[in-house]
Design a protein around this ligand. Sequence first.
Ligand code: A2P
Length: 295
Amino acid sequence: MDAEFISVPKIRLINGVSVPQVGFGTFQIPEESTAEAVGQALRLGYRHIDTAAAYDNEAEVGRAIHESGLDRSDIFVATKLRNLDQGTDSVLDAFDASRRALGLEVIDLYLIHWPVPCHDRYVETWQAMSGLLDSGAVRAIGVCNFLPEHLERLVAETGVVPAVDQVEVHPAFSQPDVREAARLRGIAVEAYSPLGRGGDLANPVVTSIAQSHGVTPAQVVLRWHVQSGRIVIPKSVHPDRMRQNLEVTGFELSAYDLSAIDALDNVSGRIGGDPEIFDFSQSREDITARNETRQ
Ligand code: A2P
């Protein structure tokens, strides 16, 4: 199927900005493979690319975008503020560094990467990001990994509602409490690790639904997200998988299928960090020392 024939639905954010519901995630794609993977994704029809300062691949993402020859306005680009850059004085410099690395004037979505409640700087960080929104340097602002209490405090103390909460959501860990807190405030939920980093694809409930629809387990899981109104950013470095992850609109899951997948939620299914305690600085040295980063 040609890229132009893959029709990806869009989600309208609270401030009216539209986001392609299926984006391409770049977490844990090695720096040296990123430009090739993002270039391939753009050729296949992805028009939403998700990166982060902490992934250390913004420059490669930017290179692929520029080399694609596509109009800037046709690609939705999201990046995230490193944890160590939270705070009134550091947000603007960090934002400029991301913008320079990406080679873009305007960022479509700028996100706080983690709340890091023990540092208690996410409210002032959010105020600085609201300034970026007002200046037109970003089209929308949002958060990642925010739990209901963090969303509650952010909105109560600033009056500015995040457009997006990007959180870990996949069949084995679907965070209904976070999704409900977001829904009540009109915040779009964006699922990271939407396939459970591949781990949920062998679940018998998922494989049997896939068989009944004649599609792959990944397509079933992504279709479950899409029909539930979430944005998804699956990651793959294989073109055939990238393509199938984008082709999730040609079939419909039944209400029974959706609830069977909802029922797989398990409190112990978390793969990434726990936002309550995750205080990793995300400096380059820390990332290298850990040898394994977490979303
Ligand atoms: P690979 O990059 O080798 O294709 P998530 O998006 O939940 O983080 O999941 C990413 C993981 O799932 C990666 O290991 C990726 O492997 C694998 N993956 C992505 N798409 C598919 C697919 N369509 N079928 C099987 N595995 C997939």
